[in-house]
Design a binder for this molecule. Structure first.
Ligand code: G3D
Ligand code: MG
Length: 178
């Protein structure tokens, strides 16, 4: 069976839920009591996409973004990105340009998914879905709404990212074998 290993990074403002999404995906739980500053350097998850085995290493910023300096090493070699905002936090949405600029400065062209997190907080949601969708469309990004708390769409968003990364990897291989 073909096997690929991909580095996935998760960026966005502090407190949007990046660590929670990774923990939900890898450990299948939501723990509101873990310490913010302790990031899993890279959590690992294996999945199958059709007849291909994919190992995802999910990198957590470990809170670096709170000091406004996510180190270049974090971005280096990334195969795919989740750019996360919090639907209850307008600032986190307004900062998306900054995160996308950082990615384009530091990374090759890689798949990026825009993630609107915390959609379980329905009565505090101040960024309508349409606004997220419009932004994603403008930037040619795939768009997902998630809740790390309930787990909604968390598996789906990483499966979609894996699929997109696989597509890129296979295209590169085909080019090499020409
Ligand atoms: P970060 O890694 O992006 O900084 P965290 O964000 O994963 O540390 O999450 C920040 C806070 O938001 C945490 O709460 C966490 O429990 C909460 N959170 C994360 N995702 C969701 C979600 O989908 N829904 C809800 N309701 N809360 C979420 P605290 O209270 O520790 O600040
Ligand atoms: Mg974190």
């Amino acid at each position: 069976m073909a096997h690929y290993i991909f580095k996935v990074i998760v960026v966005g403002d502090g407190s949007v839920g990046k660590t929670s999404i990774i923990r939900r995906y890898v450990h299948e739980k939501f723990d509101p009591y873990y310490k913010k500053t302790i990031g899993v350097a890279h959590a690992v998850k294996r999945i199958n996409i059709k007849d291909t085995q994919v190992t995802l290493t999910l990198w957590d910023t470990g809170g670096q973004e709170l000091f406004d300096c996510v180190r270049p090493q974090y971005y280096r070699g990334a195969n795919g990105v989740l750019v996360v905002y919090d639907v209850t936090n307008k600032e986190s949405f307004d900062h998306l340009d900054k995160w996308l600029n950082d990615i384009s400065d530091q990374c090759e062209e890689i798949p990026i998914i825009l993630v609107a997190n915390k959609i379980d907080l329905t009565n505090k949601n101040i960024i309508p879905r349409e606004e997220g969708e419009r932004y994603a469309l403008k930037k040619s990004l795939t768009f997902y709404e998630t809740s790390a708390k309930t787990g909604k769409m968390v598996v789906d968003v990483l499966k979609e990212l894996a699929r997109l990364m696989l597509k890129v990897a296979k295209k590169l291989e085909a080019k090499k074998n020409q």
